[in-house]
Ligand binder design. Structure first.
Ligand code: M6R
Length: 613
């Protein structure tokens, strides 16, 4: 969802900016643009559609400026068009900005500025920003180094909503100004050059050293320095954070698509997630956690709050936490949780799961939980992301950058991390037999090898996908923990193959959904919980009787002749089975999407990180 890149240095800015935008394509967008400064003049070039269309613009090669801002837009206010694409400038073309987020009071501000004589040429909320900065700049009577910054600060004071803003101006052609509130932005530190991005991977090939800018903070960048200010424009200090991800980890590395690469990366991602958290002799260890038995004894409820795939990881987490820790655990969708006055207090532990750490609803839900006095713990993949700056505790999946919109390795690493967290709690609480804990630890350590084994079903899945890629509806069924995987499989399929799909708890079938089952329909069953095998098989039998074609993902010995296709996966403790059983489902949605000739990594209407509500 909207991407920002910025560069200030000695090199020609435009190729660096376009390259950065290409690396942000995975976020989802519909138009793109750049602005550079040359001889005190701002040059703006924008296109509807793909970033690469920028290369076709007349004059793009002649942009010589060494300072520039760039953006990929995902339409919120106004249709996708060149006019609505960023950067936007003020009427007199003295200020140009790119903006991520939403200005909620833009209509009021537009009316105010219109009354002052400003004109608007786009339908965006963003266009008010450069004009508002211009308005305040005109009113400044003190002509010093901070004049532009004061104008930006005054404009921001009028904005309601979320924003990450990057600004260049002909009044200070050797500077760039950035500010953020509830929208991600990082600053990359180079040698005689500095970078800006909404996402680390876009500038990872240039630097691994980053400054993390917090809400309502401003940064002024020159070639050689970055100065930070709080919202009173007092100077503040920031330390440089080094990111361990390699630049190639954010590239396709020979795979056709990022999604396939990321499916194959799961064994290693999980090795990284486990890291040193499961020592051979001794309890689970989290460097950043210091929970005590007394605290855990005092909590009466755990809430897991997240969106999409991360929420599905939370559903698995609920099963494991309740089983091992005997603490009631609720899972909620962040966009619901934040508006329904949830019953939480100082005795509630709220866990927020987010790959990106930037999902607007999840962050808002976290802020609400904090207000209500709950302890908050974030599970994320991105060091320094917004969520980590809000939560009381943060733990990282260390899965490496996930670029494809469809989440794969983030899900499995989240499930593994929450499993380790549940064991950590159970060890402190002494809530479960040590033999069970020992067995689970051994099983977690074997997961990477078992995923490697599971990925070998690739050919079988590819073959199956050829049979079903033209279907209109596909159903997923499972019981218990298998139902949570059915939900994830169904989401993945919808997301990248555009096939309508539903997931149901298999036992719920008779209460309505079975009316949809007719001859030839495809039903996918997940069967891994040994205690529920017979019941699940009976449910599948019910759809077979009504003419459904079935694909079964299982680690159990099932009668071969009952089902059309059986995909056998390695055995594992059923609590951890989602980490394995989800893999064939990820591959299935991938191959169906490929059969349909769709853009796997950038599905329509979707964005990688949903930074607006
Ligand atoms: O970055 P987050 O984990 O907070 O993102 C949450 C969802 O937007 C995300 O999981 C989404 O559902 C994925 N595209 C699913 O593949």
């Amino acid at each position: 969802m909207c991407g920002i890149v910025g560069y200030i240095g000695k090199q020609k800015a435009s190729p660096i900016l376009i390259n950065g935008l290409l690396r942000l394509e995975y976020r989802g967008y519909d138009s793109a643009g750049i602005a550079t400064i040359e001889e005190n003049k701002i040059n703006i070039m924008k296109v509807k559609g793909r970033v690469k269309n920028l290369y076709n613009l007349d004059g793009i090669d002649n942009l010589k400026g060494t300072i520039g801002i760039a953006h990929t837009r995902w339409a919120t206010h106004g249709i996708p068009s060149t006019q609505n694409a960023h950067p936007h400038s003020d009427n007199s073309k003295e200020f140009a900005v790119v903006h991520n987020g939403i200005i909620e009071n833009y209509n009021d501000l537009k009316t105010f500025l219109t009354e002052k004589g400003y004109k608007f040429y786009s339908q965006t909320d963003t266009e008010i920003i450069p004009n508002l900065v211009h308005y305040y700049y005109q009113k400044e009577d003190k002509d010093d180094d901070l004049k532009v910054l004061r104008a930006v600060k005054n404009a921001c004071a009028d904005l309601k909503g979320s924003y990450a803003i990057e600004l260049v101006t002909s009044h200070a052609p050797n500077k760039m100004i950035v500010v953020r509130k509830d929208s991600p932005l990082v600053i990359g530190k180079g040698d005689g050059e500095n970078y800006i991005s909404s996402d680390i991977p876009a500038i990872l090939s240039f630097t691994k050293d980053f400054y993390l800018i917090d809400d309502n903070e401003f940064a002024v960048l020159t070639r050689d320095a970055v100065e930070f200010y709080n919202n009173k424009l007092e100077k503040i200090n920031k330390k440089v954070e080094s990111i361990q991800w390699s630049a190639t980890s954010a590239e396709k590395d020979g795979y056709d698509d990022y999604m396939l690469k990321e499916i194959h990366e799961q064994p290693n991602a999980i090795r990284e997630t486990i890291g040193s958290r499961l020592p051979e002799d001794g309890p689970c260890y989290f460097e950043d956690l210091n929970f005590t038995k007394e605290y855990l004894d005092s909590i009466n409820k755990i809430y897991i709050v997240a969106c999409g795939t991360a929420m599905h990881a939370g559903l698995v987490g609920k099963n494991i936490l309740e089983k091992l820790c005997k603490i009631q655990t609720e899972v909620d969708i962040a966009s619901e949780f934040r508006y329904r006055d949830p019953l939480i207090n100082t005795q509630t532990l709220c866990i927020f799961i987010s790959q990106s750490g930037e999902t607007a609803d999840t962050i808002a839900a976290l802020k609400l939980a904090k207000q209500k006095g709950a302890t908050t713990l974030a599970i994320t993949n991105v060091i320094g992301s917004s969520i980590t700056r809000e939560a009381d505790y943060s733990i990282y999946t260390h899965a490496g950058p996930e670029i494809a919109v469809a989440s794969t390795k983030a899900y499995t690493s989240q499930v593994v991390l929450i499993s380790i967290l549940a064991i950590y709690f159970a060890e402190l609480l002494e809530s479960v037999d040590t033999k069970i804990i020992k067995n689970l630890k051994t099983e977690i350590l074997k997961l990477p090898a078992k995923i490697e084994e599971t990925i070998k079903v690739d050919k079988q899945i590819q073959e199956f996908s050829r049979k079903v890629f033209q279907e209109k509806d596909i159903f997923f069924l499972g019981r218990g923990i298998d139902c949570t995987v059915a939900q994830e499989g169904s989401l993945k399929l919808k997301e990248i193959s555009y096939i309508h799909s539903e997931a149901y708890a298999a036992g719920e079938l008779k209460h309505g959904p079975i009316a949809l089952i007719e001859k030839g329909i495809t039903v996918i069953g997940i069967i891994t919980d040994p205690q529920l095998v017979e019941k699940s098989v009976s449910n599948i039998q019910e759809v077979i009787t009504r003419g459904a074609k079935t694909l079964i993902i299982t680690n159990q010995d099932l009668p071969q002749n009952h089902f059309d296709t059986i995909i056998k996966i390695p055995e594992v403790n059923y609590l951890l089975s989602p980490v394995i059983s989800v893999v064939p489902l990820q591959l299935l949605s991938y191959y169906i999407s490929k059969e349909k000739g769709l853009d796997v990594d950038k599905p329509r209407n979707l964005a990688k990180s949903v930074t607006v509500e």
